[in-house]
Design a protein around this ligand. Structure first.
Ligand code: T4K
Length: 436
């Protein structure tokens, strides 16, 4: 470990072990680098006093849910921030997707990427609509518009683009395909709160867009989500459906469900909005730190956030190419977990390999070669307000140590796992950082 880093660690009293050679790694039986686990998706909490004040306000008002004043305020502020006419806050992103899909009367088949959180697919299948999985562009990790038209059948009613990792998918191409084929286009923007595409805030594209405000997101309401749209009629219908179809006391005019957000969630959300710029600047600082640590590390690609756009920088995604580095992504994850770095392999193994889709479409993988490859490479690393730059430097040191000694690490672990040998390609010669 760098002397400066070691000094900084002792000054900050962070309990971290330093690994200088492979034998120090926790996977070989040593104590982990971090005394406490570092997670992906640790919630951004913001000003706790303010959250509690707002919750007290709700309790004092005795107005706890059913489109109360805090939810209304949250909806107004989100609509303003995103430059959209309507925001309908909901209990989570999955229910928001389900209600939107139902409100648009999607049916038959809907084309979606397989490389997404399983909720995108489940929101369709739950309503007996078949998700048809489309391959992705490995550069952007988003649905590849060039692969869509071959999947359109007379049963296709729509397309769901997913702005994965907060980066806008190819909205223009998708819009053109939807227009030419009379399909409804919506976006799963679960990752993309406060992000822009082509200089315009995500939220205003397609028929409507859906956000998740789950605890693990950049901006959270404990559990929560929203549909945002500029379509007045659609917004009115969704509002009804979100509250059992009630259009006033005793007057149900439509089939609906219960997707309402509570006042406690809105209290968290309003406080999160107050702190949003701070969350994003920490995320951005962390991302830049990872970027500089990974510079000159061949075989590892850090998924690029487009600096020309507004971004929330909420996910730090490393792609570990086994062919180039001689270590599998899974082995790297195992090593990091042993060090208490709980990196995640989102969205492994791809929706098409999860149930019920795996049984329904056992050959889907043949049409998804890029998805299949990417799900073996992606490793999402801890960031957010719970992670600091010193910790990031130490995580990167571990990764570098493993990559510098890929052959030795793999051989030692292969002898440990004799029953399931790990494969090792010839590693690139040097991962040492310049100046080390
Ligand atoms: N579309 C997309 C593209 C999505 O990514 C999602 C959700 C949705 C739709 C659906 O939106 P919601 O219905 O969820 O609003 C997590 C989240 O539960 C999920 O919301 C999110 N995407 C997905 C990407 O990540 P898991 O299965 O990874 O959750 P879990 O329990 O493993 O937690 C993730 C990490 O966060 C852990 O490392 C621990 C940490 N954590 C979690 C919670 C809840 C904390 O430190 N504190 C906490 O309170 O799905």
């Amino acid at each position: 470990m760098l002397p400066a880093l070691r000094r900084a660690l002792s000054e900050m009293s962070i309990r971290m072990k330093t690994s200088r050679d492979v034998s120090d790694l926790a996977i070989f039986g040593n104590s982990p680098a971090f005394a406490e686990k570092l997670y992906v998706g640790r919630p951004n909490v913001g000003d706790t006093t303010k959250v509690l004040e707002r919750i007290k306000e709700a309790l004092d008002n005795r107005w706890l849910t059913n489109h109360g004043p805090l939810v209304q305020e949250l909806e107004r502020r989100i609509a303003k921030l995103l430059g959209v006419k309507h925001c309908i806050a909901m209990c989570n992103g999955t229910v928001a997707l389900e209600i939107l899909i139902r409100a648009l009367e999607l049916s038959g088949e809907v084309i979606i990427p397989s490389f997404t959180f399983v909720a995108t697919a489940h929101a369709l299948q739950w309503q007996e609509i078949t998700p048809v999985f489309c391959d992705i562009n490995p550069e952007t990790h988003s649905i590849d518009p060039r692969r869509i038209e071959e999947l359109i059948t007379p049963r296709t009613s729509g397309i769901i683009g997913v702005h994965l990792w907060g980066r806008g998918c190819d909205v223009e191409q998708l819009s053109e395909i939807a227009r030419n084929n009379s399909l409804k286009l919506i976006f799963d923007a679960a990752h993309a709160f406060a992000c822009s595409h082509g200089g315009k805030m995500i939220g205003g594209f397609g028929e409507a867009e859906v956000f998740s405000f789950h605890a693990t997101k950049c901006f959270n309401t404990f559990e929560g989500g929203a549909v945002v749209t500029n379509n007045d009629e659609l917004a009115a219908k969704i509002r009804l459906m979100n509250n059992f179809g009630f259009a006033g006391y005793d007057n149900v005019i439509y089939i609906g469900t219960n997707g309402k957000m509570s006042e406690i969630s809105a209290a968290m959300g309003l406080t999160g909005l107050d702190g949003l710029n701070d969350f994003i600047s920490v995320n951005r600082r962390n991302y830049e730190r990872y970027r500089s640590e990974f510079e000159g590390l061949p075989g590892v690609r850090l998924f690029p956030h487009d600096q020309a756009e507004e971004g929330n920088y909420h996910y730090v995604i490393a792609e570990i190419d086994e062919e180039l580095v001689g270590v599998t992504r899974d082995l790297m994850m195992e090593i990091l977990w042993a060090e208490n770095v709980i990196a995640r392999r989102y969205f492994y193994p791809g929706c098409h390999r999860m149930e019920p889709y795996r049984s329904l479409f056992p050959t889907a993988g043949g049409l998804l070669p890029k998805t299949e490859e990417l799900t073996k490479r992606v490793l999402v690393l801890p960031t957010g307000t719970a992670v600091n730059e010193i910790q990031i430097a130490a995580i990167c040191e571990i990764i570098r140590l493993v990559l510098c000694n890929a052959k030795e690490v793999t051989a030692r672990l292969n002898s440990r796992h004799l029953s399931t040998p790990l494969t090792a390609a010839e590693p690139i010669t040097s991962y040492a950082r310049t100046g080390q």
